[in-house]
Design a protein around this ligand. Structure first.
Ligand code: SAM
Ligand code: SF4
Length: 376
C-alpha cells in the first residue's frame, strides 16, 4: 500500500518539514523556553532508547531474523546518555525519563547508567520499558540504583501463544521477572499488551483479570504500523473500540475522570461483572487503552525521543531526525546541544496523520525506523 504521512518530505524545507540542523533557522525563535513546538506544546517527558538490540522477536515489531544491529561505536555510551539527560533536565525542563529500546536489559551497563542519573537527579521519575527477560536477576540492583518503576510488555499468559507472538518460548522467565520486580517494589508495575487478531485477542479479559488481581495497571496498545515486516493493516489491527467490546462481557468500563495530563493511555475504571452480567459494585481498578491510531492524542503530546545513536525524534512517526551524538563527541557546550534539541522539537509535526481518515485515504508513510530502533 502506498501511504504518505501527510508531512513534507525531507528536503522540502528545513522548517516546514520539521528538520532541524546545526544552523538556527530564522523561524525558530531565539528565546525558546524548554522543548516547545510551534503548536503550543512543550515536551517534558523524555523517552531514551538504550539499544536497538533485542532478545525477543515480537511479530508486530521485529522480523524473525532480527535487524542489522548498530555497531558499538554508533551507540551512545553511558556517559553520553547521562550527559544528555542532565542537559534535558537542567536546561530543557525534562520532568520524567523513560528508558527503553530495543531491550534495555541487554545493556550490561544499565544499572550503572541508572545509578549515575539518579545521583544527579534525586527526584526525577525514571521508568524502564522492558520485556522482563532477565529481570529476575536484575530487579533488585535496578531498584537499588534508583529506578522508580517498570513497564513490562506481556501479550499473553499462555506459553504457546506467547511463543507464537514473540517467537521465543520464554513466558516462564518473563513471569519470573515480573514476580521479582513486584517483590522488590518496582511498582506500580504497568503491563503493556498488544492484541493481534486471531492470536491473542481472545485473551483481553483474562489479561485484565490477571493484572487487576496482581495489582498491576494493564494498558492495551493499538498495533501501530511500525513493524519491520510491514505486516500491519488497518483492517487487521484491533482498535480501541474493539478492545472495549472485547472486555465488555466480563467488565463494566466507565471513563476515569482524572486528568490525562499528556498520558498516552485513556484510562477506564473497571468493575467485574457479577452473576448474570450485572455490573459489580466495587471498582476493581483501571485499564488503559493507548489508541495511537484510531483516537490519536497528538495535540497533548509531551514526549521527546532520543534514539540509541543519539538522534532526536520529535514524534514516533517522524521522518526527521536530528543528531546530538555528533555534538556530544565534538565536545560542544551544553548550550549548543540544548539549542539543537530545541530546534528539532520546534519542528514537531502537528499530528502524525494516521487517523482513520488519513489511513483510508492512503495518507500515511511508515517511517524507515521500526519501533525497536526508535525506542517505543
Ligand atoms: N523491548 C521492550 C519492550 O518490549 O517492552 C522495550 C521496547 S518495545 C519497542 C516498547 C513497546 O512498544 C512495547 O510495549 C511493545 O509492545 C510496543 N510495540 C512494539 N511494536 C509495536 C507496534 N507495532 N505497535 C504497537 N506497539 C508496539
Ligand atoms: Fe523486542 Fe520489545 Fe520489539 Fe518485542 S516489542 S521485539 S521485546 S523491542
Amino acid at each position: 500500500m502506498k501511504i504518505s504521512l501527510g508531512l513534507p518530505l525531507p528536503g522540502a524545507g528545513a522548517l516546514a518539514s520539521g528538520v532541524s540542523s546545526s544552523r538556527a533557522t530564522p523561524l525558530v525563535p531565539a528565546s525558546l523556553v524548554g522543548l516547545a513546538d510551534k503548536y503550543g506544546r512543550r515536551a517534558t517527558d523524555m523517552r531514551l532508547s538504550l539499544t536497538d538490540k533485542c532478545n525477543l522477536r515480537c511479530t508486530y515489531c521485529m522480523p524473525a531474523d532480527g535487524l542489522d544491529w548498530l555497531t558499538k561505536q554508533h551507540v551512545m555510551t553511558g556517559n553520553e546518555i547521562v550527559r544528555l539527560v542532565r542537559i534535558g533536565v537542567e536546561q530543557l525542563g525534562i520532568r520524567e525519563l523513560r528508558l527503553t529500546g530495543g531491550e534495555p536489559l541487554v545493556r550490561a551497563d544499565l544499572v550503572n547508567i541508572i545509578r549515575a542519573i539518579r545521583t544527579s537527579h534525586a527526584d526525577l521519575p525514571i521508568s524502564l520499558t522492558t520485556n522482563a527477560l532477565g529481570l529476575e536477576k536484575k530487579a533488585q540492583a535496578l531498584k537499588d540504583a534508583g529506578l522508580t518503576r517498570i513497564n513490562v510488555s506481556l501479550d499473553s499468559l499462555h506459553p504457546d501463544t506467547f511463543a507464537q507472538l514473540t517467537r521465543r518460548p520464554v513466558l516462564n522467565r518473563v513471569m519470573a521477572g515480573v514476580e521479582e520486580a513486584d517483590r522488590v517494589g518496582l511498582g506500580l508495575i504497568k503491563i503493556n499488551a498488544v492484541l493481534m487478531r486471531g492470536v491473542n485477542d481472545n485473551e483481553a479479559p483474562q489479561l485484565l483479570d490477571w493484572a487487576l488481581t496482581r495489582g498491576f495497571e494493564l494498558r492495551f496498545i493499538e498495533q501501530m504500523p511500525l513493524d519491520a515486516d510491514h505486516g500491519w493493516t488497518r483492517k487487521g489491527m484491533i482498535s480501541a473500540a474493539e478492545i472495549r467490546q472485547l472486555l465488555e462481557p466480563d467488565f463494566v468500563l466507565t471513563p476515569d475522570r482524572r486528568q490525562r495530563e499528556g498520558a498516552p493511555a485513556e484510562r477506564w475504571e473497571v468493575r467485574r461483572r457479577g452473576a448474570g452480567g450485572a455490573p459489580g459494585v466495587k471498582v476493581a481498578g483501571t485499564v488503559g487503552i493507548i489508541a495511537s491510531v484510531t483516537e490519536p492524542f497528538c495535540s497533548d503530546c509531551r514526549r521527546t525521543r532520543i534514539t540509541a545513536e543519539g538522534k532526536v525524534r520529535s514524534c514516533l512517526f517522524s521522518h526527521e531526525e536530528t543528531d546530538l551524538l555528533g555534538l556530544l563527541r565534538a565536545e560542544a557546550d551544553d548550550g549548543v546541544i540544548a539549542r539543537r534539541w530545541q530546534e528539532a522539537m520546534w519542528g514537531k509535526p502537528k499530528a502524525h496523520g494516521m487517523d482513520n481518515t488519513g489511513l483510508d485515504s492512503a495518507d500515511y508513510v511508515q517511517p524507515e525506523r521500526t519501533m525497536s530502533a526508535i525506542g517505543g
